[in-house]
Unconditional design. Structure first.
Length: 190
């Protein structure tokens, strides 16, 4: 009995340790290769962007929600300044292409949103997410729309430099201030 209890305790401790392992990308590591659909329904291939310019990849939980809207509108408003220094911005969430189209239309967003309903991109970057379809209802152009997402990601932001390596990573993003923080970070990369 004593050996059985010891084995159970050892297994429990090892299991907790396994879950505590950090699989997320670290600063200095090469950004991952992936292809997913963007808000236009076209393939967005990382290899077409990473290593060619500075790319901000920001993960957010859901389209058409408070903090996510503030974050997206901050990037929208600062995009001209970011483009002036050769920076591309892409947002990533577990929302569908259709959700992204509605989100962009309502908030006049001027950068690509990547649909990651299975968590492929989140997994590649090591961003935590919860599985399970979720939906919200929003009125858009006088019509009720149901927006469904496959996974809900944590709000993390990465900057991939001109060499295709992670130059910056933020796991504690302030949604309303993210674009301003990124402006400061990018100035240091030039």
């Amino acid at each position: 009995m004593k050996n059985t209890l010891s084995a159970i305790v050892t297994f429990a401790l090892l299991s907790q340790t396994a879950f505590a392992i950090d699989f997320s990308l670290k600063v200095g590591e090469k950004a991952p290769e992936f292809t997913v659909k963007d808000d236009s329904g076209s393939d967005w291939k990382a290899s077409d962007h990473f290593g060619k310019k500075i790319v901000v990849v920001y993960f957010y939980p859901a389209d058409m929600t408070g903090g996510c809207t503030k974050q997206a509108c901050g990037f929208r408003d600062d995009l001209g300044k970011l483009k002036d220094v050769g920076v591309e911005v892409v947002g990533v969430s577990g929302d569908t292409v259709r959700n992204h189209q509605l989100f962009k239309k309502v908030h006049d967003l001027n950068f690509a949103l990547l649909a990651d309903p299975k968590g492929i991109v989140a997994t590649a970057f090591g961003v935590p997410f919860t599985k399970g379809e979720k939906s919200i209802t929003r009125e858009i152009d006088g019509k009720e729309e149901i927006l469904t997402r496959g996974v809900t990601t944590k709000r993390w932001t990465f900057v991939v430099d001109q060499n295709g390596k992670v130059a910056y990573k933020n796991e504690k993003v302030n949604a309303a201030q993210d674009s301003q923080k990124i402006m400061d970070i990018v100035k240091g990369l030039k």
